[in-house]
Design a binder for this molecule. Structure first.
Ligand code: APR
Length: 268
């Protein structure tokens, strides 16, 4: 059956509500776990959460969950290469691959974003969980460093390793939030205007919805903050929220996933 691909209008970084706005809208709730030691609300205007297809984001850079060959694959890697067109693969062929935990940057070609940062996440190994965590942390850190070196101001991360590479969603979200917060804590020049976490499957949306308030708690108790919201802010917030994908109830029909059989992981 021939299906016409419905082209989503690109979503810009400013269209994606910050954590502060999500707290005000009561779309994010204070964490039952309470704030993590070292957690901070200072970055809440520069952190965003987007549930949907990362290839529709018109941000400075999107972060691809690639493999060591950098020659494409399934999942988000496949979606990005399909949307970018052949120019992306041609440039990737010149990069000579990429080790796990590292990142390389290319142009975005037909994508609405300017750049693609390709990072290679770990294939989760529960018998070497510390090693897997170190590699995943390095994916986020090397992507942020590469972004800053290339003048990227708005960056959107897919949930690295949580698909074919089988990294448990909550553990991966914890590593992602912790690494991004610590990077932003140390980034005195505030080189990044917005860091967006992108979820595609419900399991990851639930993981980030529960862990973001743990790492980036509201600056005041959400209920009080809601009382302080101005009418204009409320209208602005509702308009932004109305343009965003709905809270997931099911997983995407066609996530282009390679089944989670490690032997099938391409390029490894
Ligand atoms: N937009 C945003 N996120 C997406 C999209 C999309 N269009 N498609 C999939 N995802 C999400 C998945 O739901 C998952 O949360 O990206 C995350 C990473 O999953 P994978 O793409 O399977 O990547 P990963 O688990 O890191 O495995 C990498 O899979 O596709 C191959 O070439 C890739 O060999 C590499 C391996």
């Amino acid at each position: 059956m021939f299906r016409t691909a419905i082209k989503m209008a690109p979503t810009s970084a400013s269209d994606i509500p910050s954590l502060n706005l999500l707290y005000k809208l009561n779309k994010l709730k204070v964490s039952e776990l309470g704030p993590l030691k070292g957690a901070s609300p200072v970055h809440n205007d520069r952190i965003g959460l987007f549930h949907g297809d990362i290839t529709t984001l018109s941000v400075d850079a999107i972060v691809n969950a690639a493999n060591t060959s950098l020659l494409g694959g399934g999942g988000v890697d496949g979606a990005i290469h399909r949307a970018a067109g052949p120019g992306l693969l041609a440039e990737c062929r010149t990069l000579g691959g990429c080790p796990t935990g590292s990142s390389k940057i290319t142009s975005g070609y037909n994508l609405p974003c300017n750049k693609v940062i390709h990072t290679v996440g770990p294939i989760y190994d529960y018998t070497q969980a510390t090693e897997s965590e170190k590699d995943l942390r390095n994916c986020y850190l090397s992507s942020l460093e590469l972004a800053t070196q290339n003048g990227v101001k708005t960056i959107a991360f897919s949930a690295i390793s949580t698909g074919v590479y089988d990294y448990p969603s909550e553990d991966a979200a914890h590593v992602a939030c912790d690494t991004v917060r610590k990077y932003m804590d140390g980034d005195d020049t505030k080189s990044l205007d917005k860091v967006i976490f992108v979820t595609f499957e419900k399991k990851d949306y639930m993981a980030y919805s529960s862990l973001l308030p743990h790492h980036f708690p509201p600056s005041v108790p959400a209920s009080q903050d809601q009382d302080n919201i101005t009418r204009g802010q409320a209208v602005e917030a509702e308009v932004k929220a109305s343009h965003l994908p709905n809270v997931p109830t099911t997983d995407p029909a066609d996530s282009g996933h390679v089944p989670k059989k490690r032997s099938q992981v391409s390029g490894e």
